[in-house]
Ligand binder design. Structure first.
Ligand code: SF4
Length: 291
């Protein structure tokens, strides 16, 4: 049974997913609505590279990266250090976390997320191994490891090995699906990767273990997703399920932070809920909204 998401929307800190945290290069704490509390982010793309170019992307690519190198031993040490600081209750005393002090001691998950697409790196499995080591050494055996991904690299051999390792350690994959057609996918995600490959990767990944589908809905030039596109999106989900994909739930969310394209804007809570209702009615899937 899925627990309803606590209402964290009123907190300013949930809008602040700043990935520059003190002297750390790779890890950062956030209060995340979709994680329902404290999530420790692991940025595997300090160089800010991505194979998507979403019109709503929140990554600040105007500011030069602090490093372009992924140093796995340092990432492991930073994560270990951050976990220990959380345990000592230090986050609660830091300015932006004060309003959510009671959420800052319980690590809901460790999430591969960041300034680009985690599956693009050549050593994803090694990074999963590093996080697993910290989890086990620090007594976080039951803490989830989340991979937030655009799904383009889920078919790579090294990534598949990493996913198998995640499966053994409370792994959960949140795969992006923002469109129902190639045309809308190109409009919103602007990726050179074929839409069919994204769908195939989601299918093959979800045949092996249940996954979460994460979908951002927005206004593009003032227009919400056209009805035909929403029905096509629902159809893609139905096809995935019919072909054997296990979809645990759908996260429907909208723009929460400044976008690189001024024509990409947020939906209202009502508009997002109306979309969620259509998805539930058409697919029978559990849909949580995060306006
Ligand atoms: S997949 Fe994520 S990081 Fe990449 S462009 Fe889209 S929103 Fe940005």
């Amino acid at each position: 049974m899925n627990q309803p998401a606590p209402n964290l929307s009123q907190l300013k800190v949930v809008r602040d997913h700043n990935r520059a945290f003190e002297e750390y290069l790779y890890v950062y704490p956030v209060i995340s609505r979709r994680s329902r509390g404290l999530s420790l982010g692991v940025n595997l793309n300090p160089d800010k590279r991505c194979n998507f170019d979403c019109i709503y992307c929140e990554v600040d690519r105007r500011t030069p990266p602090r490093t372009t190198v992924l140093d796995v031993p340092r990432m492991r040490e930073e994560l270990r250090d951050l976990v220990r600081r959380v345990r000592r209750g230090e986050l609660a005393g830091l300015g932006r976390f004060a309003e959510a002090a009671d959420l800052t001691r319980d690590i809901k998950d460790i999430a591969f997320s960041g300034d680009g697409e985690p599956t693009m790196i050549p050593n994803f499995c090694e990074c999963v191994q590093a996080v697993v080591e910290v989890k086990l050494a620090e007594g976080l055996a039951h803490t989830k490891i989340v991979l937030i991904t655009d799904a383009a690299g889920l078919d790579k051999a090294d990534v598949r090995r990493g996913l198998e390792l995640m499966d053994q350690h409370q792994g959960e994959i949140w795969g992006k699906l923002d469109a129902g057609t190639e045309a809308y996918y190109r409009l919103v995600n602007r990726s050179p990767v074929q839409f069919a490959r994204i769908l195939k990767n989601l299918l093959e990944t979800a045949r092996v273990r249940p996954i979460v589908i994460q979908s951002l809905f927005l206004r593009v030039h003032g227009e919400v997703m056209p009805e035909a596109e929403l029905l096509a999106y629902c159809q893609r989900l139905q096809e995935l399920v019919q072909q054997g994909a296990q979809i645990k739930e759908v996260h429907a969310y909208t723009v929460a932070r400044p976008t690189p394209e001024p024509f990409a804007t947020a939906l209202t809570a009502g508009e997002l809920e109306a979309i969620a209702q259509t998805i539930r009615a058409r697919t029978g899937l559990v849909v949580h909204t995060f306006p």
